[in-house]
Design a protein around this ligand. Structure first.
Ligand SMILES: [Zn+2]
Ligand SMILES: [Zn+2]
Length: 312
């Protein structure tokens, strides 16, 4: 699982109303050959075609059941069936996920070629996959809503080749075993010697981490569940700071709120997301966030592709 690439596709970056330049919310993480979709606004399947992501989506995580975040699932299910998909699909979401998923499968009026499972998530949940974890936190959005955090498993520390040779190990397959965390046994003049991986590996290297708030008001305390130092925080920034009142009233965040969270959680990069269709420019969003956060700030357009490199 080490050495996987990690790409973030901003498939749709609009707020509740799409515009000609921004489609409804959807973020695809491509981790190695694993495709994980967060929210699936109407038209997401066409955005996937434009971004050439393929249709290999393995899990869908929905933040809440406002229609701008999930109506794209219905068309996607139909297309996947026409494509002859047989791999099961799991849809995670809060609250009424089971009802919505069965309603959507029914509305398709097509016999799906694969099974769809609904999983009801709760704040505090942690879902383990092979190589990564997805955690859930509560969002502050006026209806049951959650945010998600993708965390890659940590990788073994760096292999100290010189030390391994000093310990009497010959370069070859035994090096690989130690690098994979296996204890080995070698024969020396003094007899058998056991060598543990920690004798030749540096400290464990933490995996990459991406937080996605979904729709929310300022929600720093809940996001703290996910820890600090994320590589990327994708945060609701529906409004700029001139609309602070409106943001509170409609349970959304401003770009300044997003900046506060980015600063307090010491993230590496902040992406402002869910931009209201009232804005044709995002210069004010960026400035508001910059007043709070001195790290890198992105206001991605639709189809923007971001690679998240390893830390070292
Ligand atoms: Zn929304
Ligand atoms: Zn919403």
């Amino acid at each position: 699982m080490t050495g996987e690439t990690l790409f973030v596709y901003f498939l749709g970056t609009s707020g509740a109303l799409p515009s000609v330049s921004r489609n409804l919310p959807a973020i695809l993480l491509k981790w190695g050959s694993h495709d994980i979709l967060f929210d699936c606004g109407e038209g997401t399947q066409q955005q996937m075609m434009r971004a050439r992501t393929g249709f290999g989506v393995s899990e869908i995580f929905i933040t809440h059941w406002h229609a701008d975040h999930y109506l794209g699932i219905i068309g996607l299910l139909q297309t996947l069936t026409f494509n002859g998909r047989i791999e099961p699909l799991t849809i995670y979401g809060p609250d009424i996920v089971s009802e919505i998923v069965s309603d959507m499968a029914r509305i398709c009026r097509t016999r799906l070629s694969f099974s769809v499972t609904a999983v009801r998530v709760q704040p505090g949940d942690e879902y383990r996959f092979s190589g990564f974890t997805v955690q859930v936190c509560r969002a502050d959005h006026g209806i049951p809503a959650v945010g998600y955090c993708f965390t890659e498993d940590s990788r073994p520390g760096r292999f100290n080749r010189e030390k391994a040779i000093d310990l009497g190990i010959r370069p070859g397959p035994l090096f690989g075993k130690l690098q994979r965390g296996e204890t080995i046994c070698i024969r020396t003049e003094e007899g058998e010697r056991t060598i543990r991986p920690d004798q030749v590996l540096g400290p464990e290297r933490s995996g990459r981490k991406i937080m996605y708030t979904g729709d929310t008001r300022l929600n720093q305390k809940e996001l703290e569940r996910f820890g600090t130092n994320a590589d990327l925080l994708i945060h609701d920034a529906t409004f700029d700071s001139q609309q602070q009142e409106r943001a509170r009233e409609f349970f959304h965040a401003t770009a300044g709120d997003a900046g506060i969270c980015a600063r307090e959680l010491s993230v590496r990069k902040l992406a402002l997301f869910h931009i209201s269709s009232r804005y044709t420019q995002t210069a004010l969003h960026r400035r508001d966030a910059e007043e709070e956060f001195s790290g890198e700030i992105l206001v991605p357009d639709d189809l923007f592709l971001l690679e998240i490199p390893f830390h070292d």
